[in-house]
Structures are given as structure tokens and as C-alpha cells.
Design a protein. Structure first.
Length: 549
């Protein structure tokens, strides 16, 4: 009798301990990630491409709830491996915080959550909810340089297929990059029509369907992979429909209510195609009796009378790194100050204290305004150009200059510099690789090259070189990224040095320099190359006086 009276008391105490520990972790994580998740909710989730991501936490909660019976049968067993995962999450938090990369901060929060689950629940219980935990990553937007390249390629692919569809219908359509010329008008395939806002939700839907799909692994894989061509194909159909309906209803088919409604209709069409493909896979051998596993089926007990998880309980402590709960109630603790809780809470507490106590103020170096950049350099005469405000806002730059220079022979070199005082959290340099192809320019040759510089300190300078072509027109471009005394040529170098200089110098400022010259009719490539190099030798010493070291 005395034993039965003690059990409810112990269970009540263990529940209080669990709620208290969860509360401590919640407060610490809220303090650490408040600014990042505030950006996620108020900035990232309101972007059309990622508006569906706000539903992911609700989906994950449902998937975990759907596994509640299986989880209840698996005793918890804490593991020190969780501490290693938590440490990795803390390291990534500081990499993202100092380097200014939101995705790294988001990923670190996911690692911390995974590490805490591993620490307190053990591997077997975490494995049971592995898919919902992994699906949480879908609530975060892609890093900008991945998002930009993916969006650009999808726009090019969709516009290419869209033009083919219009031509098959007998229409006269011609494409240059993301611009479709219909003769009577031109259509610009913008980011909203890239198909990315279809692709991401469709891939997530494909993953969820594959999770519930009762079939072989290769059918599940095909189901997920099919979302990519389906999204591209249907988005191409949307672009083609705009071209077909434009002569009837005019510009309103590409904007306003019709544009938004067509987007919704197209997405529902992609879902329909995905379900049809599931039906097709069902006809392929091996055939299964059912398509979707129900929640009830997930909790069924096999003929042996024991759930799969119960059959493995005897092997629970086969991994010496995992420890059983020390109480009579499986998976619950009656002691608050367990070693693993103290270690995890201590790590998070130290991280929060440092992030709040050592406030990071980025030093904004002074530089000469680029508006003062001379229009005359040696034998080059220039004419200033300007960008529309909408492009300036999109690029998030601090200062810029565009000048068309001509030499004594009247040959043109277009000079462009974009300067960023800070590249932290949402502000970063846009590489020409992600914007030039959108104007119809194809990169025939691209790579890094060394340019001889007569600048006293430098004998050569590494730059990116690109030979571009649109129709019969050709251009040669050089571009590079001056970063606090360094000359860099790729995005990965920029991220690495942004973190290091933010940590050691409290600076993440930098710039993009791009010079382009056309290759004139009957002009050899080496002549255009020599023109760019001559301009570089005259321009670089002047530019050094404008960009901070």
C-alpha cells in the first residue's frame, strides 16, 4: 500500500521538474535567439517565397503528436552526446552572429534544440521523431547566395519552357534572359514568377507525403524528386498563359488580382500533378495495399503482442553513452540539478550572458563619397549614370557609382562600384553572377585571372573574368570584391573574412567593383582585354583613395 501511495507523488514531482527544466531552457533560448527569430517572423516569413514556412512548426507539432503512442513506449535515457551537439550549436551561433549570416544562426538554433532532445530523451526517442525534427529546417529561408542562384536558374528555365509553349501554339515569341519579346509587347519574368514560391512548398509537401507513403524507399525518393520538374513545368505554363491571354485582356493578366489568382490556381495544379504521380507509382511493382499510413496504423501492435519499441527495450543500455532514468517512472526525473541539465543550462546561460553583456558595435569606417569619383581619369572621359531607387533598395547598398568612360578612340568601359558599410544580417553584396544572366547575357567563359597592375605595391591582382554574349553582342567583364585591404573573388571567402574581421576588427564593410567593355565588330578579344587592363591600371590607384583599408 505504501508503495502505491508513493508513485503518484513521485510522478507529480517529476512532472514539475520537467516543466521547470523546459521553462529554463525556453527562457535561455528566447534570450539568445530573440533578434534572429524576430527577423524571421517580421522579414523572412512575409516574403512570398517563404510565406508557407510559418506553417512548418504546426505541421511538426502534429507529426510529433501523431507519434505519441510510440514515444510513450520508449523509455527516456539521457546521453552526453547531446552536449556535443549543443556545443556545435553554440559555435555556429557565434559564427552567424559575428559573420552576419541569418541562416547559420537559424541552423544553430535547430542544432541546440536537437541537442537538448538528444541529451534528455536519448537517441532512440529522438530517432522516433527524426523526420519531424529534420522538417523543422524547412521553416528557415535559404542563404541568400543559394536563394539568388536558384531563383535565377528557375526564372531562366521557366521562361525558356514558357517561350517554347507559346511557339508551339503558333505565337511569335523570343527570349533574352528573363525578357520575353512577343512583338507587340515585352514581358519581364521577375522573382515573383521564378517558381521558387511553388517549388519550396511543393518539396515540403512531397516530403510529408513520402513520410506517410507506405511503399519502397525508391518510390518515396522519386515522389520527392518529381516536385522539381512539376514546379518548373507548371510555372512555365503560367508564363505561357500570360503571353497567350495578353492580346485579349492586356497588361492586367500580368498584375493585380489575375496574377495572384493564377499563382494560387497554378499551385493547386502542381498538387494535383503530384497526387497523379503518386497514383502512377502505386501501379508500379511492388504494389502495396494502401498508400497512406494512418495515425492508428502507426500505433498498431504487431502480431507478437509487443510494439517494436518494446521489443528493443532490453537493448536500451547497449550504448554505454546513454543512461537510464534513475526513477521508478520511465523517462522522468525527480532531481532538478542533474549533471546533464546543469551542463546544458550552463552553456546556454554563458552564451546568453556574453551575447547581452558584450554588446557588439560595428565600426563604420569613413570613406570618401563615391559621388566624388572623378569623371576624368588619365585619358578616359566619363559620363555618370544612375539607378532607380527600387534597385538601390533591393541591393541594400550604402553608396554606389556608375560611370561610362570612353578612351581616345571612343571605346567604352562601364565602371560600377557598390559599397556596403556593413554586411551583417540581411545585407550582403550581390555578385554579377546572379544578375547578369537575368538580362539575357550568357557566360561563355568565366573564371579567375591575374591582371598585371602597375601600382607600385602590386604586380598582379586576381579578378573574376567573364566573357558574355547576348545574341550577336559580346562583352568582357572583370569584377572583384575589395574587403578591408584584401581583394577577394568569391562569396565563400567573403563570408569567412566577414566573420574573422567582425571578431577581430569589428568591421564587415566591403565593395563590389565591376568593369565591362563591349567587344566591337571586327575587334579581337585580346584588344578588349587590353582595354580593360589599361583602364584598371588607371582606375585602381584612384579607387584606393575612396575605399577604406
Amino acid at each position: 500500500m505504501r508503495r502505491s501511495e508513493r508513485t503518484p507523488s513521485r510522478s507529480f514531482l517529476s512532472d514539475k521538474v520537467i516543466f521547470f527544466q523546459v521553462g529554463i531552457y525556453g527562457v535561455l533560448l528566447f534570450g539568445i535567439y530573440y533578434s534572429a527569430y524576430n527577423w524571421l517572423i517580421t522579414k523572412d516569413w512575409i516574403r512570398d517565397d517563404y510565406s508557407s514556412s510559418m506553417l512548418i512548426p504546426l505541421v511538426v507539432l502534429y507529426l510529433i503528436w501523431e507519434k505519441r503512442n510510440a514515444l510513450a513506449r520508449i523509455p527516456s535515457s539521457w546521453s552526453w552526446i547531446g552536449i556535443a551537439v549543443i556545443i556545435a550549436g553554440v559555435v555556429l551561433f557565434w559564427l552567424g552572429e559575428l559573420g552576419g549570416e541569418f541562416f547559420v544562426i537559424y541552423f544553430s538554433s535547430w542544432l541546440l534544440l536537437t541537442g537538448l532532445c538528444w541529451l534528455h530523451l536519448g537517441w532512440r526517442k529522438l530517432k522516433a521523431i527524426a523526420f519531424p525534427v529534420a522538417l523543422l529546417l524547412a521553416m528557415f529561408p535559404l542563404p541568400y547566395f543559394i536563394h539568388g542562384k536558384l531563383s535565377l536558374n528557375l526564372k531562366l528555365l521557366s521562361s525558356q519552357f514558357g517561350v517554347k509553349m507559346m511557339q508551339l501554339l503558333g505565337m511569335s515569341a523570343y527570349r533574352e534572359g528573363n525578357v520575353i519579346d512577343l512583338g507587340f509587347t515585352q514581358l519581364q519574368v521577375v522573382d515573383a514568377c521564378s517558381g521558387l514560391r511553388y517549388l519550396i512548398p511543393l518539396i515540403i509537401l512531397g516530403l510529408i507525403l513520402a513520410y506517410f507513403y507506405k511503399t519502397t524507399w525508391w518510390k518515396r525518393t522519386l515522389l520527392v524528386l518529381s516536385t522539381i520538374p512539376i514546379a518548373v513545368l507548371v510555372n512555365s505554363l503560367r508564363i505561357a498563359s500570360v503571353g497567350v491571354l495578353y492580346p485579349i485582356w492586356g497588361p492586367k493578366v500580368a498584375e493585380g488580382f489575375f496574377h495572384d489568382f493564377s499563382g494560387w490556381f497554378i499551385f493547386m495544379l502542381t498538387v494535383g500533378f503530384l497526387m497523379l504521380f503518386m497514383g502512377f507509382l502505386r501501379l508500379l511493382p511492388p504494389r502495396q495495399a494502401g498508400i497512406i499510413k494512418s495515425a492508428a496504423r502507426n500505433s498498431e501492435v504487431p502480431p507478437s503482442g509487443h510494439a517494436p519499441e518494446e521489443q528493443e527495450v532490453g537493448n536500451l543500455n547497449s550504448d554505454p553513452r546513454e543512461k537510464k532514468s534513475t526513477t521508478g517512472v520511465p523517462g522522468k526525473a525527480t532531481s532538478l540539478l542533474t549533471p546533464h541539465f546543469i551542463a546544458a543550462a550552463g552553456l546556454l546561460g554563458i552564451t546568453l550572458a556574453i551575447s547581452m553583456g558584450v554588446e557588439f558595435h560595428e565600426q563604420m569606417p569613413m570613406n570618401r563619397p563615391l559621388a566624388e569619383f572623378p569623371a576624368t581619369i588619365a585619358g578616359w572621359q566619363g559620363q555618370r549614370q544612375s539607378m532607380e531607387q527600387m534597385f538601390i533598395d533591393e541591393l541594400d547598398l550604402s553608396d554606389y557609382v556608375i560611370i561610362d568612360y570612353h578612351n581616345g578612340d571612343g571605346r567604352l568601359v562601364n565602371f560600377y562600384v557598390a559599397y556596403y558599410q556593413s554586411q551583417r544580417k540581411g545585407e550582403s553584396i550581390h555578385s554579377p553572377e546572379t544578375c547578369m544572366p537575368g538580362g539575357g547575357w550568357l557566360f561563355r567563359e568565366s573564371g579567375k585571372t591575374l591582371v598585371p597592375i602597375n601600382n607600385g605595391e602590386k604586380a598582379t591582382m586576381a579578378v573574376n573574368r567573364a566573357l558574355m554574349q547576348k545574341g550577336e553582342s559580346k562583352q568582357l567583364a572583370y569584377y572583384w570584391f575589395p574587403m578591408r585591404g584584401r581583394v577577394l573573388t568569391n562569396a565563400y571567402e567573403m563570408k569567412l573574412y566577414n566573420f574573422w574581421d567582425a571578431l577581430t576588427r569589428q568591421r564587415t564593410d566591403g565593395a563590389l567593383v565591376r568593369i565591362i567593355t563591349p567587344i566591337y565588330v571586327n575587334e579581337a578579344l585580346d584588344q578588349a582585354e587590353a582595354r580593360l587592363q589599361d583602364f584598371m591600371n588607371d582606375m585602381v590607384p584612384v579607387l584606393d583613395g575612396f575605399l577604406p583599408k
